[in-house]
Design a binder for this molecule. Structure first.
Ligand code: GLV
Ligand code: MN
Ligand code: MN
Length: 435
C-alpha cells in the first residue's frame, strides 16, 4: 500500500473504496422510501425495504458472487476466496429504518460493505477467505418486534417461529410479508445456510455525540450496552366522560401517566448512564368522550452494567404495581439483551488501520444496539463508528459528512482485507463481561 492522505481518502492510485460510487449509491438508496423532509421510511419488509434489498442485489450480478437469502430474510452477498476451506470474513448492516428515520443508520454499513466487495474487484484482489456482506433483516424492530431480529434468528437466540409470527401495529404478520419479499426478490430461502464466519466487522454512524464533540474521525467500539424492553398494560374501566365523577373512575391513561412518572424518577441515576424511554403509547378505546379502559406503553431501558439492569428488572414491576391503583397492571418483558464486549484484537486492528490513514481514532462504547452484538456471540467481532452531526439519529436530520463516510468505508476496506488473509480465526471469542 502506498501513502495515503491525512483525510483518510485513497491515495492517487485510489487504494481503497471508490468514493464517487459510495456517495452516488448513498443518494440512490436515499430515494427509496424517501420522506418529503429528507429522511427515509423503510419499515422492515415494506415495499421500500424490499426495493432497497433488490437494489443491492442488482450490483452483484457477476458470476463470482453468490446471492443467498435465509429463512428469516437475511440477504448474503458472497465473494469467493482462494481457500475453499477457509471460513469467511463477514461485514454487514441493515436497510430498514424506524418511522421517519435517517439516510445513514444501517445504510452506511451496507453501502460500505458493497464498496469493499466491488473495490476488491476493481483492484483485482483475490483474498484467501471468502468475504460475505450480510444485509440483516429487521434490525430496527420498530415495525416487527424484536430489534435485530434477523441476526438473532441466525445465531439461534430467537426462534424462527417467533419471528414469523410477529405482528405489526396494523395486524400484518411477518411470515406472509416475508413470502412477498422472497417473491419480489425472486429468491428461494435456504432453510439453514452455514453461518460460520471467522470474523465480523460492521461500520455504522455513531448515533451519539461523542466523536463529533471530541473532533475524532473514527471510533473503534469496545462493546454494546445491555437493553431491556417491556410492554406495560394498564387496565381500568371505560366510562362516560361527562357523567362519571372523577373519584369514581378507573382511568387507565391516568394510571399509565403515574407509572411513567414513577419510572422516570426511579431511573434518573446520578451518573446519567441509564437510558430510559417510553416510545409508544396506545390508549383504548380511544374516543374523546370515553374514560380510557386500557393504556399500553413500551419501556426501553439501557445500561452498560448487567447488575444494574437486573436491579431494574425488579424495580419496573414494583413501581408499576405501586402506581397503578385503582387499575390493574401487567408488565411483559419483550427483550433482554446483556451487554456485549467486542474482540480487543479487532479493536486494535481498527485503531491501527485508521492511524495508517492518518485518521484520529478513539475507543467508545455503543449506546445503540446492532447486529454486531449478536454476531459477537458467534465469532470475533468489531465495529467502526464515524461521527454524525449533533449526534442525531432515528430522525430525518441524521447526517454524516461525505469525507467521514469515505474514511469509515476505507478503514472497513483495510480491516476486512487484513482479516481475509488471517489464519488465526476461531480462537477464543471475547466473553461477555462488565463494561
Ligand atoms: C437499534 O436501533 C437500537 O434500538 O439500538
Ligand atoms: Mn442501525
Ligand atoms: Mn437504528
Amino acid at each position: 500500500m502506498s501513502d495515503v492522505e491525512s483525510d483518510g481518502r485513497a491515495d492517487s492510485e485510489g487504494w481503497g473504496i471508490c468514493e464517487e460510487r459510495l456517495l452516488e449509491r448513498h443518494m440512490e438508496m436515499a430515494r427509496i422510501g424517501e420522506t418529503p423532509t429528507g429522511g427515509v421510511d423503510r419499515g422492515a419488509l415494506s415495499n421500500a425495504d424490499t426495493d432497497a434489498h433488490a437494489l443491492v442485489m442488482s450490483w452483484f450480478r457477476q458470476s463470482h458472487y453468490r446471492i443467498e437469502v435465509d429463512d428469516v430474510g437475511n440477504l448474503f452477498i458472497i465473494r469467493a476466496g482462494q481457500d475453499p476451506n477457509a471460513s469467511p470474513v463477514m461485514t454487514g448492516s441493515h436497510l430498514d429504518s424506524p418511522p421517519n428515520g435517517g439516510r445513514f443508520d444501517g445504510t452506511l454499513g451496507v453501502l460500505a460493505g458493497a464498496e469493499v466487495l466491488a473495490s476488491l474487484d476493481r483492484h483485482g484482489v483475490e483474498t484467501r477467505r471468502p468475504i460475505e456482506l450480510a444485509i440483516w433483516m429487521n434490525e430496527e424492530g420498530s415495525r416487527f418486534s424484536p430489534v435485530t431480529m434477523g441476526s438473532a434468528v441466525r445465531i439461534g437466540r430467537l426462534g424462527l417461529d417467533e419471528a414469523l409470527n410477529s405482528v405489526d401495529e396494523n395486524g400484518a404478520v411477518f411470515g406472509p410479508q416475508l413470502q412477498r419479499y422472497f417473491e419480489k426478490l425472486g429468491l428461494a430461502p435456504m432453510p439453514r445456510p452455514r453461518l460460520d464466519p471467522a470474523f465480523y466487522v460492521e461500520l455504522h454512524i455513531e448515533q451519539g455525540p461523542i466523536l463529533e464533540n471530541r473532533g475524532v474521525r473514527i471510533g473503534t467500539v469496545s462493546g454494546v450496552q445491555g437493553v431491556r424492553q417491556y410492554r406495560i398494560d394498564v387496565t381500568g374501566k371505560a366510562a362516560h366522560a361527562g357523567t362519571t365523577p372523577m373519584d369514581m373512575r378507573k382511568d387507565a391513561f391516568v394510571a399509565a401517566c403515574r407509572i411513567a412518572a414513577g419510572l422516570t424518577a426511579e431511573f434518573a441515576d446520578d451518573d446519567g448512564r441509564t437510558r430510559f424511554t417510553i416510545g409508544r403509547m396506545r390508549v383504548l378505546p380511544g374516543a374523546p368522550n370515553t374514560v380510557p379502559e386500557k393504556a399500553s406503553f413500551t419501556v426501553d431501558l439501557r445500561h452498560p452494567d448487567p447488575r444494574r439492569l437486573a436491579e431494574y428488572d425488579a424495580k419496573i414491576s414494583t413501581v408499576a404495581a405501586r402506581e397503578a391503583s385503582p387499575c390493574a397492571v401487567a408488565v411483559e418483558p419483550l427483550i433482554s439483551l446483556e451487554p456485549v464486549v467486542f474482540n480487543p484484537g479487532i479493536c486494535d486492528l481498527i485503531t491501527g488501520r485508521a492511524r495508517r490513514r492518518g485518521l484520529s481514532v478513539e475507543t467508545l462504547l455503543s449506546g445503540a444496539t446492532h447486529d454486531a452484538a449478536n454476531m459477537a456471540t458467534l465469532t470475533k467481532t468489531g465495529m467502526i463508528f464515524i461521527p454524525c452531526r449533533d449526534g442525531v439519529s432515528h430522525h430525518e436530520d441524521e447526517h454524516a459528512k461525505p469525507a467521514d463516510m469515505i474514511a469509515g468505508a476505507n478503514v472497513l476496506f483495510d480491516v476486512i482485507l487484513a482479516l481475509a488473509e488471517r489464519t488465526d480465526a476461531h480462537a477464543a471469542i471475547a466473553a461477555p463481561a462488565l463494561i
